[in-house]
Design a protein around this ligand. Structure first.
Ligand SMILES: NC(=O)c1ccc[n+]([C@@H]2O[C@H](COP(=O)([O-])OP(=O)(O)OC[C@H]3O[C@@H](n4cnc5c(N)ncnc54)[C@H](OP(=O)(O)O)[C@@H]3O)[C@@H](O)[C@H]2O)c1
Length: 339
């Protein structure tokens, strides 16, 4: 008999799917696996198994999260338990110190070995900058050789990403933390286009322009920090940051519907058309349940559209390359790539 506290299982067929430009489908909610420097790899690997048992089929991994080996053991158990590989959607990401032409394929192979997989459904360039920062660092950490975005260099990395598709090691490639001007150049020059752009998306940071741009260009938006990342590391906190789950509009909808404000954020995300990847070791059942079931009304969706605060949490200070720069330089706010 199931443990009384175990979340109810959901038929994966009931979860909405996103169609990628290749015709492949990706579940419209995934489980994030970054423990924000404080949840252990073993706890996260347990959550991955628990989430698969109740119907999650999409998992957002990355080498820099430092837990792919533990999660790999969970994937092995999940597959041995009878879930088919083709029914899972597994993402991993190339970290910033591996953009070199000789590093991309080796790094992907390492993730595949750690995750105990023969292929990935999606492999992302985690950040468009090759600027390394060590796990657990604070916001003042800078990579000594830090550089701005250099398109020529990025394309060298991208050619290797394309080769991963040619070699059958990954089914799709994509980007993360990109801006419109950077994506325009990539779309101009790519032989294999990005299938996904992973970006921060929650009710207080809706990025309407970038969202529209990626959708219009056939790129699926995957939304990170969908709940507002309440447990994010100190380096990603500033005094101006807001809390989406405390917004009166979200709280009011949650109260009316008898659900947690986090669940409202997930419902909004799925209905708006992005794919949220909430991290959770305690609430993943509620989040999957929120992705299906009764939708928000048009009025509720409009009310949430009206509370965007343009409040970015993951500002990326550690990627800056010049003294005296501010984090806005990473995000090309005036429409041009900052050098
Ligand atoms: N591409 C990138 O550069 C990038 C950057 C940041 C994040 N990501 C990805 O996005 C994922 C999600 O982002 P995130 O982890 O920063 O933030 P998040 O998903 O917005 O927030 C996760 C936090 O919310 C809590 N939570 C989750 N569901 C809840 C619920 N229903 N009720 C109450 N609390 C709930 C979790 O606690 P419990 O564990 O206790 O449930 C956890 O502390 C990451 O894990 C990672 O995979 C990618």
């Amino acid at each position: 008999m199931a443990h009384p506290a175990a979340p109810a299982a959901i038929d994966p067929a009931a979860v909405p799917q996103r169609k990628l430009f290749t015709g492949a489908t990706m579940p419209a909610i995934g489980l994030g696996t970054f423990g924000s420097d404080h949840v252990s790899a073993d706890q996260i690997a347990e959550a991955v198994k628990g989430a698969a048992a109740i119907g999650y089929r999409h998992f957002d991994c990355a080498s820099v999260y430092g837990n792919e080996a533990e999660i790999g053991a969970s994937f092995e158990a999940i597959l041995q338990g009878g879930i088919k590989r083709e029914d899972l959607w597994i993402t991993s990401k190339l970290w910033n110190d591996k953009h070199g032409e000789d590093d991309v394929i080796a790094s992907c192979r390492q993730s595949l070995a750690d995750l105990r997989l023969e292929y990935l459904d999606l492999y992302l360039v985690h950040w468009p900058f090759p600027n390394f920062h060590p796990p657990g660092c604070d916001a003042t950490s800078r990579s000594p050789g830090a550089r701005p975005y250099l398109h020529e260099n990025f394309m060298k990395t991208w050619r290797k990403m394309e080769e991963l598709v040619d070699r059958g090691l990954v089914r799709h490639i994509g980007t993360s933390n990109m801006t419109i001007p950077k994506l325009k150049l990539l779309l101009r020059d790519a032989r294999i286009r990005p299938a996904v752009n992973e970006m921060e998306l929650h009710p207080h940071f809706q990025q309407p322009e970038l969202f529209r741009f990626v959708v219009e260009n056939g790129i699926q938006p995957v939304g990170y920090c969908p709940i507002g990342s309440p447990a994010r590391p100190d380096r990603d906190r500033t005094p101006e940051d807001t809390v989406p789950t405390e917004d009166p509009v979200i709280v009011e909808i949650a109260q009316r519907r008898g659900m947690h404000p986090a669940a409202v954020c997930i419902k909004w995300a799925v209905q708006r058309g992005q794919t949220p990847i909430p991290f959770s070791v305690h609430h993943y059942g509620e989040n999957l349940a929120a992705a299906i079931g009764e939708p928000l009304t048009g009025e509720e969706m409009r009310a949430i559209a009206g509370i965007d605060r343009n409040c970015r949490f993951i500002k990326g200070q550690v990627f800056l390359w010049k003294d005296g720069q501010s984090w806005e330089d990473l995000w090309d706010l005036n429409g041009e790539i900052t050098q």
